[in-house]
Ligand binder design. Sequence first.
Ligand code: UDP
Length: 407
Amino acid sequence: MRIAMVSEHASPLATLGGVDAGGQNVHVAALSTALALRGHEVDVYTRRDDPDLPECVELAPGVTVVHVPAGPAREIAKDDLLPYMGVFGDVLAQWWSANRPPDVAHAHFWMSGLAGLQAAAVTGVPLAQTFHALGSVKRRHQGAHDTSPPGRIPAEASIGRRVDVVVATCSDEVTELVRLGVPEQRIRVVPCGVDVERFRPGCTGVVEPPRRATYRLLCVGRLVERKGIETVVHALADLPDTELVVAGGPAADLLDADDEARRLRAIARQEGVDDRVHLVGRVDHDDLPALVDSADAVVATPWYEPFGIVPVEAAACGVPVVGSAVGGLVDTVQDGRTGVLVPPRDPAALAAALRGLLDHPERRAALGAAARRRAVARYGWDRIAAQTELIYRTVVRRSVLTEVAAG
Ligand code: UDP
């Protein structure tokens, strides 16, 4: 099949860890590559955010990243991109009409869905949609701090009803989508995946910083408040023999200028744990497995989480996750079997759960081994690509039948 991925803000070529570069970038890159390995031809359409970028860049054999001119060719926060989605959709429609159109398109994030629907209306290309995050959930948790453009929630409801299929990443998302009015029979669940060869137990490499406490906890992710790293910093006050490494955010030398880094450091000082909290800034994705392997537990305590690839990466490394019982983590972390789930924003519950793991190396090892087995069985990208391909084939067949019926 010829597959078009539409990922307006999240380029698979972007450096990870910044405010707008995380799971979606990893997902689009890895899914596209895994689909190409299955013999498909994949073009990933993302917004040109630098004038020096070539129009097309090969990401992997069979995967081309195509830079779409829509809005100024510079970095723009994703929440400010809506005004350019009309042009983005027009460009897709023109390119798909001028050349052989793709057999199927898959839009990632709601704004890609708008552009994708616009192009699909002109070209008849069937469209799958993965939201990655929902405005309704964001608004519930962030209230007035939510910077999404007004109209996001009704737009997502409308996209969900108009696309050929919604590919949700976890069961919690299905509940949210149905609440929005998306018919359940039009939703399929395919989780995000993990590279189980790259993320595996016993990964070695240079690990910075070297361990300075008996136990090490690791948080990985964009430095945004809703990731709940603050909860881990508070919990550290009850775990005197433990250090916390936080990977993510800008490069290490720019952390002093980062608001969230400064806020976390101030909390660490108030708690008297600043000598045990190490913010290391963004870590190259290739260097992450060794860092994960150096931890006794990976902690992911977001307020909410559309999926959360990091817990699956930890599982693949055989490192237990202590995570909040929200969103995708409810599917990916099996409480008491591959990790431990705690309520979000509850430092006391988190500290108790961590104590129960740190004091019991045999329990950590058992949970870690079970986590690795489950990651290999369920979350390898080849498996995720095969499930996604089946969905594409269904929508392509349905669109051909509809065309035939229409004469
Ligand atoms: N990541 C990385 N380096 C960093 C921070 C994050 O490679 O310094 C990667 C991380 O390994 C994961 C992704 O960024 O693959 C974050 O995805 P997740 O779904 O956990 O969070 P999101 O960014 O989607 O909120």
